[in-house]
Write a protein that binds this ligand. Sequence first.
Ligand SMILES: [Cu+2]
Length: 136
Amino acid sequence: MKKYIALILVFLSIALAGCSVGAASSDATTTLNVEMNEFTFTPTSYTIPAGQKITLKLKNSGEIAHDFIILKKGVIIKGSFDHDKQMDDMYFHAMLDPGKSGEFTFTAPAEPGDYQIICGVLGHFQAGMIASLTVK
Ligand SMILES: [Cu+2]
């Protein structure tokens, strides 16, 4: 009889373990599909859930390299952007050569609000390569 109860407990713990694994994997991953070209991001605005894992599917349909940069909260570029001098202003950065596609992952900022997305290649920000990100 004791053996029988022990067996039931083993099955029960396996079932519970199965449940918790299921709960963890149901944490939805948000996917962003972004296309870059001269000199645009398509689409131009994105919304992602705060603190969650994001899969970024990036495609460069252009003929030159482009960046997908999420700036830190409160960093608003107005005049020009200097990639090398403003490393600390970047929350996330991905770069793609022309004609390439790539998949990247990052964790969305924990703080809700509006964030600026830009291309950091010299002159591209000025050419209008900007998008907006809403974290909520
Ligand atoms: Cu660019």
